[in-house]
Design a protein around this ligand. Structure first.
Ligand SMILES: Cc1cc2nc3c(=O)[nH]c(=O)nc-3n(C[C@H](O)[C@H](O)[C@H](O)COP(=O)(O)O)c2cc1C
Length: 188
């Protein structure tokens, strides 16, 4: 959950999607990035030695989940045409996995028989511009690649013209779409 606003539009939609996933039999783990202490990547390049990150903070918990999960679902609002800093800090800190893959040429740390990984996105924004989600989708494409997750853009849920906290509760069609998306993601 990448919104700084608890129980805002992203989180309401995310909870619906997670309900769909759980009802499809998935084991669900939700991380609210806003409550965590995650500093930005400092480009110290310590990860070039062996792919590990030398910054010790709550990202350690997130790394464990990113390595464990078979599906990754990011929910976040659009801030200044991109992802909010809480989500972006987490993404930047996955640079260690980019290094592992493209510099050290090592596989993502998963068991050999682990299932394929898929990623999806719930995005919300106040305006209705055609290109509102382009920046976030582009960032997520490279994030998912770094963590060896296949982005499923066909499942992305992009909702325009939602601004007030909790306003999305009145849009039953979108809530239902979130539920169905979570279910589909789990069933892939
Ligand atoms: C700092 C900031 C920047 C924002 N930038 C945009 C933007 O570029 N485009 C847009 O459509 N909405 C923008 N918004 C509005 C949010 O995307 C909108 O309020 C959204 O519903 C918040 O989702 P949440 O309730 O999950 O936090 C911005 C809001 C804030 C606080």
């Amino acid at each position: 959950m990448g919104s700084p606003r608890r129980e805002g539009n992203s989180e309401i939609l995310l909870d619906r999607a997670l309900k769909g996933a759980a009802e499809a039999g998935a084991e669900v783990k939700k991380i609210r990035l806003v409550g965590l202490n995650i500093s930005g990547c400092t480009e110290c390049n310590d990860c070039y030695d062996d792919g590990s990150c030398s910054t010790a903070d709550d990202m350690d918990r997130v790394y464990r989940v990113l390595e464990w999960a078979d599906r990754i679902l990011i929910a976040a609002p659009i801030f200044f045409m991109g992802l909010p800093s809480q989500a972006k800090a987490m993404i930047d800190r996955t640079q260690r996995y980019w290094v592992l893959k493209y510099v050290l040429h090592q596989p993502f740390p998963r068991p050999a028989n682990a299932p394929p990984r898929y990623g999806s996105f719930i995005g919300v924004g106040a305006t209705k511009g055609k290109r509102l989600f382009d920046g976030a989708i582009s960032t997520l494409k490279y994030f998912f690649d770094a963590i060896s997750v296949e982005p499923r853009e066909d499942l992305y849920l992009l909702i325009r013209m939602v601004d007030e906290k909790g306003e999305i509760r009145e849009r039953e069609t979108e809530l239902d779409s979130a539920y169905k998306m979570g279910k589909k993601l789990a069933e892939l």
